[in-house]
Design a protein around this ligand. Structure first.
Ligand code: NIG
Ligand code: FE
Length: 399
């Protein structure tokens, strides 16, 4: 997968689909809009028919795939990643598994390694992770800066991210870098001034880590509003390490998504339910920091839109694998398999305000995952098993 991937011209039929997940309740059963014994017709990278095989328009096609009774899903929409970095923090992970707590402090070591890396090294790192994600079914990815934390290093992180993913987010407000220790106000002024000037041309979104050891609610609001004044759209890291004001700030500024929300009060959940802000849950982060999982049922039962994302980064969640996230979310966050699959596809699209991906209705980009399994339930039922057989993005095969 890369942003330069062309739409596949010509037409493609995927036939003999045992279970087609469309995410379009007008096309099939339940929230997943499931059609059994289904077929898909794709023309020039766009879905033109999704429904029963018996209704497939007869036309000359340039490609035909026999799904042999397997399940077909929309490609995963991974709405939260930190892919521009150098180095790894496996020793920090091992220490955590031996009992050390996770703090945001380890970010500093990735910042040092990232600043020391060449553009080419960083670009190759992003390409590797985007490719890895595509092999497990991710067809739309978001990528943040946040390991540069200087004007030049944030701007180059975003330039590099934009070569590889469609959704790019400025996260200069990840943590306060060591060279600004005890000068937080000066760092906020840098982020909202010269850094934003240098970074805004390369990003669509602005994000801030609103948590213990990072930025407080007032700083987060100021940073998001400054980005919005420059045309960036807000999203936020909220309440990962402790309860704080992040969710309320998200709703107040109209953020597309509040991410992590590991700690959420009833008021936070009510605020999300009465807003358009998606709650993006990141099971890889709780898994890899051995934290307590948020209970997705509280969000869903209150009417909050929930997304699942991988949060790939070298510190708290070094995975690109959305099937893994689905399995953990089902097991430990109490989503049903159907809710988890929806959250990893349509939910991610909502969190990125995209209508062209995350579903397989007519007009959708033909981003498809073919499983080596008869239903979507197997993604959680068979954890750790590589069930993603083929992946198509805009009708072009990526796996
Ligand atoms: O989303 N929470 C802040 N940022 C990342 C972790 C960054 C790191 O530890 O390097 C996250 O989990
Ligand atoms: Fe993150």
């Amino acid at each position: 997968m890369s942003v330069s991937t062309e739409r596949r011209t010509g037409s493609l039929v995927v036939d003999n689909i045992g279970e087609l997940v469309t995410n379009d309740p007008t096309l099939g059963a339940g929230v997943l809009g499931i059609v059994r014994d289904a077929a898909l017709l794709v023309v020039d990278g766009v879905v033109v028919y999704a429904g029963p095989r018996t209704g497939l328009p007869s036309s000359e096609v340039t490609g035909r795939i026999d799904a042999a009774g397997a399940a077909v899903l929309p490609g995963f929409v991974d709405s939260h990643g930190h892919l521009v970095f150098a180095g790894d923090r496996s020793e920090e992970f091992a220490a955590r598994m031996a009992g050390e707590p996770y703090t945001a402090g380890g970010i500093a070591s990735t910042v040092a390694a990232t600043r020391a890396a060449t553009d080419e090294q960083l670009s190759m790192g992003v390409a590797r992770l985007v490719r890895e994600a595509a092999l497990s079914g991710t067809t739309t990815a978001e990528c943040k800066s946040g390991y540069g934390l200087s004007v030049e290093d944030e701007a180059r992180s975003l330039r590099i991210a934009g070569r590889h993913v469609e959704e790019v987010t400025f996260l200069g407000a990840h943590v306060v870098p060591a060279d600004y220790a005890d000068r937080v106000d000066d760092y906020v002024a840098l982020v909202t001034g010269p850094m934003l000037d240098a970074c805004a041309p390369y990003a669509t979104w602005i994000d801030v880590f609103c948590d213990r050891g990072a930025f407080d609610g007032d700083q987060a609001r100021e940073i998001l509003r400054a980005g919005m004044a420059r045309g960036l759209r807000p999203r936020i890291h909220a309440n990962q390490l402790q309860h704080g004001p992040g969710v309320q700030v998200a709703v107040e500024v109209g953020a597309a998504s509040a991410d992590h929300v590991t700690h959420a009060s009833d008021e936070d959940i009510e605020a999300l339910a009465s807003s358009d802000t998606v709650a993006t849950l990141l099971p890889g982060a709780e898994f890899s920091t051995r934290a307590v999982y948020p209970d997705a049922r509280r969000f869903l039962d209150a009417g909050v839109t929930v997304a699942l994302a991988a949060d790939c980064n070298p510190g708290s969640s070094y995975t690109t694998n959305m099937p893994f996230c689905i399995a953990v979310a089902v097991r430990d966050m109490r989503l049903t398999p159907a809710e988890a699959v929806w959250a990893a596809t349509a939910g991610g699209a909502r969190a990125l305000r995209r209508t062209d991906v995350g579903h397989l209705g007519t007009g959708a980009r033909a981003d498809l995952v073919l499983l080596d399994a008869p239903t979507h339930v197997h993604l959680a039922y068979r954890p750790g098993v590589p069930l993603v057989r083929s992946v198509f993005r805009a009708g072009a095969r990526v796996r």
